[in-house]
Ligand binder design. Structure first.
Ligand code: TXA
Ligand code: MG
Length: 312
């Protein structure tokens, strides 16, 4: 049974406590219900993918209570700040360069150098974010491939006992996901149309903007296929590594780096991007990877490993 939390101080306190402990809590924003996890906690973020059954690691939106909190995580140039001042809190997400050393789990950005951030326009969400004091990663709180939920009952029907709690704030007024923008070199790229109409953005900027990509496909610099592929050649499903190969292990094998010596898929997901980066820093010319079971989070892990192994 998933805990149903009420939209009052008691409910917010409990939701914040669960999130700080690494739990998964669905909460209402003005757009749709988000499935939240502490964005600084890799294991908690891995749990989002497990609960949603996502077959790949799409980058997630980090939710913060204010522009100031966003500035701690990402770099806003003049254009980004203009957009933020005009439309935050609100149904707009900005994809911006992540500060070096910002405390964001690699799994949130899917290893990209950019982070999607937004300040939701929902009092309950803002109070929750203030209370936690950490950015909260949250995709829409639906199983992968199903429609985004706009009520607590929707969330419960889809994710049921796969999450710790649902903060019930009634129906979401906008009902459509946020508009995603990437300001780059003085121009704005529209990555996903959503709850903030394009006309309002164009009216602010005085210039037309066009759609770069639709749906759940991140674009540049999210050329996800080979991004974060290590420089070395990657061979998958290896039980007997060659002598000149560096083994990225999974399970009880002798390996230079191990995603999870105990074979825990949540731990492996949490370690994945960090280990790929480490292999790159080591300059390993040939990398072998242990077999990872194609089930649960293993599907998303294998998807990413296949991209890392793809010829480029
Ligand atoms: O309204 C919303 O945006 C809701 C509520 C909960 O805030 N959230 C939401 O999240 O729709 P999600 O995960 O369903 O969609 C996030 C989108 C994905 O299409 C993802 O590819 C894109 O944001 N995205 C996230 N980080 C990105 C990045 N660094 N570069 C490009 N696209 C990114
Ligand atoms: Mg979604």
């Amino acid at each position: 049974m998933t805990l149903r939390l009420s939209a009052d101080t008691t409910g917010i306190d409990r939701a914040a406590q669960l999130l700080r402990q690494g739990g998964l809590v669905a909460f209402p924003t003005e757009t749709v219900y988000g499935l939240g996890a502490d964005a600084t906690d890799a294991r908690a973020v891995a749990g989002i993918y497990a609960a949603k059954g996502r077959p790949s690691f799409n980058p997630l939106i980090a939710h913060v209570p204010s522009l100031q909190a966003a500035e701690d995580l990402v770099h806003l140039d003049d254009l980004a700040r203009q957009l933020a001042r005009a439309f935050w809190p609100g149904p707009m997400t900005l994809v911006l360069p992540l500060h070096d050393g910002a405390p964001i789990a690699d799994l949130v950005t899917a290893g990209l150098p950019t982070l999607a951030v937004r300040v939701p326009d929902a009092p309950l969400a803002l109070q929750l974010l203030e209370r936690i004091g950490h950015p909260v990663a949250a995709p829409s709180a639906n199983p992968s491939g199903r429609v985004s939920p706009t009520t607590a009952n929707h969330v419960e029907a889809g994710l049921g006992d796969r999450i710790d709690a649902i903060l019930d704030g009634g129906p979401c007024p906008v009902g459509l996901e946020s508009t995603i923008l990437m300001p780059v070199d003085g121009t704005v790229r529209l990555l996903r149309p959503g709850g903030l109409p394009v006309e309002r953005i164009e009216a602010l900027l005085g210039t037309p903007i066009s759609l770069e990509a639709t749906g759940d496909t991140p674009t540049a610099p999210g050329q996800l296929a080979s991004h974060y592929a290590p420089q070395g050649r990657v061979r998958l499903n290896v039980t007997q590594p060659d002598p000149d190969e560096t083994l990225l292990g999974f399970g009880p094998v002798k390996a230079e780096l191990n995603l999870s010596p105990t074979g825990d898929l949540t731990e492996a997901a949490a370690q994945l991007f960090g280990h790929l980066q480490t292999l790159d820093r080591m300059g390993a010319p040939r990398i072998a990877v242990s077999p990872v079971p194609e089930q649960g989070l293993g599907r998303a892990i294998n998807d990413r490993l296949r991209r890392a192994a793809a010829p480029r």
